[in-house]
Design a protein around this ligand. Structure first.
Ligand code: NAP
Length: 469
């Protein structure tokens, strides 16, 4: 916990052990922030806002560059910490660190490119100066699946824009957030600009922070269910919000697609982060003409993969973040099977630890729960379709709209991609995330964009000055 430049340990607070899900051993422990701590953190961010918002953009940029350099020099250490508290493989964690640090570098570059506007009114009676100013103290709430990237994707643009902040990481993975914040502290970020709290019960703590009326921006990444609650509670003080919520990504293999590319794309889109990604391909729609070949080749490919401790490089899929997550995934598979799904292939898993077998299923119809719920595990449900119109209809048959993947000849894939109700589309690619791209969803997958030029807009507001000619 870090409030107004002061770190607090576990000595005078309740303690929370952060567990390694691969072996059930405690990695470290953190203090649980009280409601008063959370309010103090907001006061601290509010107190630092005036001076931080007036710092030279170049100074804010330099701080972000220095943090990027410093964390980059310790990227292996950071990746190992992610493996320890989250369970993912070291390869996934290293990729996450690269992605996470890209946001610091990108927003170091953007800090000095915030543009305003200047125009003459149509009546010619005044000049209109349009300024873009930081929105105010921000509350940044992150989930456990990307312990570094979900922090930097918010902290980077917030700092660059001139906002101060209170960060609330997930209780499962607060140690990576602590390392990132510690780096900014060591680099001399002024007291109060970045605060870190770790309350034991997020709901009341966040309500209390919002009730201060000092938070002007809420950026949340997590489930749609919690996003809905937060949209309601931010309405009270009309807080600007960014919501990066759940996904249910369709993965489409069109007639004539390269099966080899589609199989590799599916592996990437599904198994990155062990399937615990909002961007994970949730349901695979495969044209009936190639469904048998695709299923067979995907099963063959999966049979070469191993699930096990993230520390061992031989494993493609590590542990899920907790036993509870494994239980949730197993329940979904059981339910899917009761509704007619057929298990084609399942890998082995270690005897102990929060591991989930990579599972391939077919015989699924569009009503099956595996096509409706976000699975968040290494599970591939295959649904067959007959034509493009049906594929688009099935893909859009969800309240979510984060990302979709389409494999096929480029023209057909682009045509289908344009018809999908999502914020992002991978065309013959299993990965879309990039710090330079606007990340975000439509429908109930969220509001706003992170990364890219758009990412900094989320922390700015427009102010106009009228000057008589
Ligand atoms: P979650 O349960 O919604 O939790 C996310 C964060 O919200 C955690 O920090 C959690 O704190 C906090 N939280 C929980 N209840 C809250 C409440 N009532 N008020 C305020 N904050 C609350 O989600 P998760 O299970 O950690 O993460 C998985 C979800 O995140 C998936 O749905 C996934 O799709 C989504 N996700 C979306 C994106 C995206 O960019 N669209 C990226 C990654 C993940 P505690 O840990 O203390 O409970």
């Amino acid at each position: 916990m870090y409030i107004n430049g002061v770190w607090s340990g576990v000595s005078d607070r309740k303690e929370h052990a952060v567990m390694n899900p691969a072996n059930g051993v405690a990695v470290d422990s953190i203090p649980l922030s009280t409601l008063d701590d959370c309010v103090n953190a907001v006061d601290s961010a509010a107190g630092a806002f005036e001076s931080w918002s007036r710092t030279a953009p170049r100074d804010r940029s330099d701080l972000l560059y220095e943090a990027w350099r410093s964390l980059n020099a310790r990227s292996d250490e950071l990746a190992e910490l992610i493996v320890a508290e989250n369970g993912k493989t070291i390869a996934d964690a290293s990729a996450e660190v690269t992605y996470a640090l890209d946001f610091l570098r990108w927003f170091a570059e953007e800090a000095v490119r915030i543009r305003g506007d200047y125009r003459l009114s149509p009546r010619g009676d005044k000049r209109i100066i349009v300024d873009r100013v930081p929105v105010g103290p921000a509350l940044l709430i992150a989930p456990w699946n990307y312990p570094a990237a979900m922090i930097t994707r918010k902290l980077g643009p917030a700092l660059a824009a001139g906002c101060t902040m209170v960060i609330k990481p997930a209780l499962e993975t607060p140690l990576t957030a602590r390392e990132i914040v510690r780096t900014f502290d060591e680099l001399g970020a002024p007291d109060g600009v970045i605060n870190l709290v770790t309350p034991g019960n997020a709901g009341p703590a966040v309500d209390r922070m919002l009730a201060t009326g000092e938070i002007r921006k809420l950026s949340f990444t997590g489930s749609t269910a919690v996003g809905r609650i937060l949209l309601r509670s931010t309405a009270e003080h009309v807080v600007k919000t960014s919501m990066e919520l759940g996904g249910n990504a369709p993965f489409l293999v069109l007639e004539g697609a390269s099966i080899e590319e589609a199989v590799e794309g599916a592996i990437q889109a599904k198994l990155r982060n062990g399937g615990a990604a909002c961007t994970a391909a949730n349901r695979l729609y495969v044209h009936r003409s190639c469904a048998a070949e695709f299923t067979e080749r995907l099963a063959e490919r999966i049979s070469t993969l191993r699930v096990g401790s993230g520390v061992e490089r031989i494993n493609t899929v590590g542990a899920l973040v907790s036993d509870a997550e494994v239980h949730k995934v197993r329940e979904l598979i059981d339910q899917g099977v009761r509704q007619g799904a057929n298990v084609v292939f399942q890998t082995e898993i270690p005897k102990r630890g929060a591991f989930m077998n990579i599972t391939l299923l077919n015989g699924i119809n569009s009503e099956n729960v595996l096509t409706k719920k976000e699975i968040f595990g290494p599970v591939f449900p295959i649904v067959e379709f007959d034509d493009e119109v049906e594929a688009v209809r099935l893909a859009n048959m969800t309240e979510y709209g984060l990302v979709a993947y389409v494999f096929g000849d480029e023209q057909a894939a682009m045509r289908v991609g344009h018809k999908l109700q999502v914020g992002m589309v991978g065309i013959n690619r299993g990965v879309v995330s990039d710090a330079a791209a606007p990340f975000g969803g439509v429908k109930e997958s969220g509001i706003g964009r992170e990364g890219s030029f758009e990412g900094i807009d989320e922390y700015l507001q427009t102010k106009y000055l009228a000057i008589s000619v």
